[in-house]
Write a protein that binds this ligand. Structure first.
Ligand code: CA
Length: 240
Protein backbone atom coordinates (compact mmCIF):
# COMPACT_ATOMS: atom_id res chain seq x y z
CA UNK A 1 0.00 0.00 0.00
CA UNK A 2 1.33 3.42 -0.96
CA UNK A 3 0.59 6.27 1.37
CA UNK A 4 2.27 9.41 2.57
CA UNK A 5 4.81 9.65 5.36
CA UNK A 6 2.60 12.31 6.92
CA UNK A 7 -0.45 10.12 7.08
CA UNK A 8 -1.25 7.38 9.52
CA UNK A 9 -2.30 3.96 8.25
CA UNK A 10 -5.13 2.79 10.47
CA UNK A 11 -6.06 -0.87 10.39
CA UNK A 12 -9.76 -1.08 11.20
CA UNK A 13 -10.91 -4.50 12.36
CA UNK A 14 -14.71 -4.61 12.40
CA UNK A 15 -17.02 -7.35 11.13
CA UNK A 16 -20.29 -5.38 11.02
CA UNK A 17 -20.41 -3.96 7.45
CA UNK A 18 -22.48 -0.88 8.35
CA UNK A 19 -20.27 0.01 11.32
CA UNK A 20 -17.13 -0.66 9.28
CA UNK A 21 -18.32 1.64 6.49
CA UNK A 22 -19.21 4.44 8.90
CA UNK A 23 -15.93 4.19 10.83
CA UNK A 24 -13.87 4.06 7.62
CA UNK A 25 -15.58 7.19 6.30
CA UNK A 26 -15.05 9.02 9.59
CA UNK A 27 -11.34 8.17 9.77
CA UNK A 28 -10.76 9.00 6.10
CA UNK A 29 -12.54 12.31 6.69
CA UNK A 30 -9.93 12.99 9.36
CA UNK A 31 -7.08 12.46 6.82
CA UNK A 32 -6.14 8.94 7.84
CA UNK A 33 -5.48 6.11 5.43
CA UNK A 34 -7.77 3.25 6.45
CA UNK A 35 -7.47 -0.44 5.73
CA UNK A 36 -10.74 -2.09 6.80
CA UNK A 37 -10.83 -5.84 7.51
CA UNK A 38 -13.61 -8.02 8.92
CA UNK A 39 -11.80 -10.94 10.56
CA UNK A 40 -9.06 -11.53 13.11
CA UNK A 41 -7.00 -13.56 10.66
CA UNK A 42 -6.99 -10.76 8.07
CA UNK A 43 -6.05 -8.32 10.84
CA UNK A 44 -3.09 -10.41 11.97
CA UNK A 45 -1.96 -10.80 8.38
CA UNK A 46 -2.21 -7.02 7.74
CA UNK A 47 -0.22 -6.18 10.86
CA UNK A 48 2.53 -8.56 9.76
CA UNK A 49 2.60 -7.37 6.13
CA UNK A 50 1.99 -3.64 6.29
CA UNK A 51 3.40 -0.62 8.05
CA UNK A 52 0.29 -0.19 10.19
CA UNK A 53 0.48 2.83 12.52
CA UNK A 54 -2.55 2.02 14.65
CA UNK A 55 -5.17 -0.71 15.03
CA UNK A 56 -8.80 -0.15 15.98
CA UNK A 57 -9.98 -3.59 17.07
CA UNK A 58 -13.56 -4.71 17.56
CA UNK A 59 -13.68 -7.13 20.48
CA UNK A 60 -16.50 -9.25 19.03
CA UNK A 61 -15.16 -10.84 15.83
CA UNK A 62 -16.58 -13.94 14.12
CA UNK A 63 -13.40 -16.04 13.99
CA UNK A 64 -11.49 -15.37 17.21
CA UNK A 65 -12.12 -13.98 20.68
CA UNK A 66 -10.98 -10.36 20.94
CA UNK A 67 -8.64 -11.02 23.86
CA UNK A 68 -7.00 -13.78 21.88
CA UNK A 69 -6.57 -11.43 18.89
CA UNK A 70 -5.01 -8.80 21.13
CA UNK A 71 -2.62 -11.36 22.62
CA UNK A 72 -1.60 -12.58 19.14
CA UNK A 73 -1.19 -9.01 17.88
CA UNK A 74 1.06 -8.21 20.82
CA UNK A 75 3.16 -11.28 20.09
CA UNK A 76 4.13 -9.90 16.66
CA UNK A 77 3.84 -6.11 16.95
CA UNK A 78 4.10 -3.11 19.27
CA UNK A 79 1.59 -1.17 17.12
CA UNK A 80 -0.83 0.90 19.24
CA UNK A 81 -4.23 -0.77 19.63
CA UNK A 82 -7.55 0.87 20.50
CA UNK A 83 -10.28 -1.60 21.43
CA UNK A 84 -13.86 -0.94 20.38
CA UNK A 85 -16.08 -2.81 22.78
CA UNK A 86 -19.69 -3.01 23.89
CA UNK A 87 -18.46 -4.35 27.25
CA UNK A 88 -17.53 -1.48 29.52
CA UNK A 89 -17.47 -3.23 32.91
CA UNK A 90 -14.34 -2.62 34.99
CA UNK A 91 -12.94 -6.19 34.90
CA UNK A 92 -13.13 -6.23 31.08
CA UNK A 93 -11.43 -2.85 30.74
CA UNK A 94 -8.70 -3.81 33.22
CA UNK A 95 -8.13 -7.09 31.40
CA UNK A 96 -7.90 -5.27 28.04
CA UNK A 97 -5.37 -2.73 29.24
CA UNK A 98 -3.36 -5.47 30.98
CA UNK A 99 -3.35 -7.46 27.73
CA UNK A 100 -1.64 -4.56 25.93
CA UNK A 101 -4.45 -2.33 24.66
CA UNK A 102 -3.44 1.34 24.55
CA UNK A 103 -6.96 2.67 24.90
CA UNK A 104 -10.59 1.63 24.42
CA UNK A 105 -13.85 3.13 23.21
CA UNK A 106 -17.24 1.92 24.34
CA UNK A 107 -19.85 1.10 21.69
CA UNK A 108 -21.90 2.87 20.55
CA UNK A 109 -19.56 5.83 20.04
CA UNK A 110 -19.70 8.93 17.84
CA UNK A 111 -17.26 9.46 14.98
CA UNK A 112 -15.99 12.52 16.90
CA UNK A 113 -14.93 10.35 19.85
CA UNK A 114 -13.36 7.76 17.54
CA UNK A 115 -11.28 10.39 15.74
CA UNK A 116 -10.26 12.11 18.99
CA UNK A 117 -9.10 8.82 20.56
CA UNK A 118 -7.20 7.80 17.40
CA UNK A 119 -5.50 11.19 17.15
CA UNK A 120 -4.64 11.21 20.87
CA UNK A 121 -2.93 7.81 20.64
CA UNK A 122 -1.10 8.78 17.43
CA UNK A 123 0.06 12.00 19.11
CA UNK A 124 1.51 10.03 22.03
CA UNK A 125 3.29 7.68 19.63
CA UNK A 126 4.56 10.68 17.64
CA UNK A 127 5.88 12.34 20.79
CA UNK A 128 7.75 9.17 21.70
CA UNK A 129 9.20 8.90 18.17
CA UNK A 130 10.28 12.56 18.25
CA UNK A 131 12.03 11.97 21.57
CA UNK A 132 14.22 9.40 19.81
CA UNK A 133 15.54 12.15 17.52
CA UNK A 134 16.08 9.92 14.49
CA UNK A 135 16.16 11.39 10.95
CA UNK A 136 12.76 12.28 9.50
CA UNK A 137 12.19 11.19 5.91
CA UNK A 138 9.40 12.80 3.89
CA UNK A 139 9.48 11.88 0.22
CA UNK A 140 12.89 13.15 -1.02
CA UNK A 141 13.52 15.27 2.06
CA UNK A 142 15.54 14.02 5.02
CA UNK A 143 15.86 16.13 8.16
CA UNK A 144 18.42 14.86 10.64
CA UNK A 145 18.17 16.83 13.86
CA UNK A 146 20.96 15.00 15.65
CA UNK A 147 23.46 15.79 12.87
CA UNK A 148 21.85 19.11 11.98
CA UNK A 149 21.72 18.08 8.33
CA UNK A 150 19.11 18.34 5.60
CA UNK A 151 19.20 16.55 2.27
CA UNK A 152 16.83 16.81 -0.67
CA UNK A 153 17.01 14.01 -3.22
CA UNK A 154 20.36 13.02 -1.69
CA UNK A 155 21.92 16.51 -2.03
CA UNK A 156 22.83 18.53 1.05
CA UNK A 157 20.74 21.65 1.69
CA UNK A 158 22.59 24.32 3.69
CA UNK A 159 20.27 26.06 6.13
CA UNK A 160 20.93 28.74 8.74
CA UNK A 161 19.92 27.69 12.24
CA UNK A 162 16.49 29.35 12.29
CA UNK A 163 15.47 27.93 8.92
CA UNK A 164 16.67 24.51 10.04
CA UNK A 165 14.70 24.75 13.29
CA UNK A 166 11.60 25.87 11.39
CA UNK A 167 11.87 23.03 8.87
CA UNK A 168 12.53 20.43 11.58
CA UNK A 169 9.58 21.64 13.66
CA UNK A 170 7.21 21.40 10.69
CA UNK A 171 8.64 18.04 9.53
CA UNK A 172 8.08 16.55 12.98
CA UNK A 173 4.45 17.60 12.70
CA UNK A 174 4.05 16.55 9.08
CA UNK A 175 0.39 16.40 8.03
CA UNK A 176 -0.87 18.80 10.69
CA UNK A 177 -1.38 22.55 10.37
CA UNK A 178 0.94 24.48 12.69
CA UNK A 179 -0.27 28.01 13.58
CA UNK A 180 2.26 30.83 13.19
CA UNK A 181 1.70 31.75 16.85
CA UNK A 182 2.99 28.28 17.77
CA UNK A 183 6.06 28.79 15.55
CA UNK A 184 6.70 32.15 17.23
CA UNK A 185 6.53 30.47 20.62
CA UNK A 186 8.36 27.20 19.90
CA UNK A 187 10.87 28.09 17.17
CA UNK A 188 11.53 31.80 17.84
CA UNK A 189 10.84 31.54 21.59
CA UNK A 190 8.93 34.83 21.46
CA UNK A 191 5.39 33.91 22.51
CA UNK A 192 4.12 37.43 22.93
CA UNK A 193 5.17 38.94 19.61
CA UNK A 194 3.44 38.90 16.25
CA UNK A 195 6.20 37.39 14.13
CA UNK A 196 4.01 36.58 11.11
CA UNK A 197 6.03 38.75 8.67
CA UNK A 198 9.33 37.31 10.00
CA UNK A 199 8.01 33.77 9.69
CA UNK A 200 6.80 34.47 6.13
CA UNK A 201 10.26 35.70 5.13
CA UNK A 202 11.94 32.61 6.58
CA UNK A 203 9.38 30.40 4.86
CA UNK A 204 10.09 31.99 1.50
CA UNK A 205 13.86 31.46 1.97
CA UNK A 206 13.20 27.87 2.98
CA UNK A 207 10.91 27.30 -0.01
CA UNK A 208 13.54 28.63 -2.41
CA UNK A 209 16.09 26.16 -1.02
CA UNK A 210 13.59 23.32 -1.34
CA UNK A 211 12.91 24.35 -4.96
CA UNK A 212 9.34 25.47 -4.47
CA UNK A 213 7.28 28.65 -4.16
CA UNK A 214 4.24 29.71 -2.16
CA UNK A 215 2.20 29.61 -5.38
CA UNK A 216 3.51 26.14 -6.30
CA UNK A 217 4.26 24.42 -3.00
CA UNK A 218 5.45 20.84 -2.63
CA UNK A 219 6.35 20.41 1.04
CA UNK A 220 5.35 23.68 2.68
CA UNK A 221 1.70 24.57 2.27
CA UNK A 222 0.19 27.76 3.65
CA UNK A 223 -3.30 27.20 5.03
CA UNK A 224 -4.69 30.70 4.85
CA UNK A 225 -5.71 32.13 8.18
CA UNK A 226 -4.61 28.98 10.03
CA UNK A 227 -0.91 28.29 9.57
CA UNK A 228 1.65 26.14 7.77
CA UNK A 229 1.37 22.47 6.94
CA UNK A 230 4.17 20.15 5.88
CA UNK A 231 2.85 17.78 3.24
CA UNK A 232 4.34 14.62 1.75
CA UNK A 233 4.42 15.32 -2.02
CA UNK A 234 4.98 11.59 -2.69
CA UNK A 235 1.70 10.71 -1.04
CA UNK A 236 -0.85 9.06 -3.24
CA UNK A 237 -3.72 11.44 -2.71
CA UNK A 238 -6.20 9.12 -4.42
CA UNK A 239 -6.05 6.87 -1.37
CA UNK A 240 -7.00 9.62 1.07
CA1 CA B 1 -18.45 -7.30 15.98
Amino acid sequence: MVYGACMALVLLVEDDPAVQTAMTAALRGADHVVQPVGTALLALQAVTDDAVDLVVLDLGLPDLDGFEVLRMLRAVSQVPVIIATARSDDPTIVRLLDAGADDYITKPFSSGVLIARVNAVLRRVGDAARAEDGPITICELVVDKARHEVTLGGSAVELPRREFDLLAYLAERCGTVVPKSELAREVWHQPNMNLDPTIDVHLSWLRRKLGETAANPRYLHTVRGVGIKMVDPCANSSLV
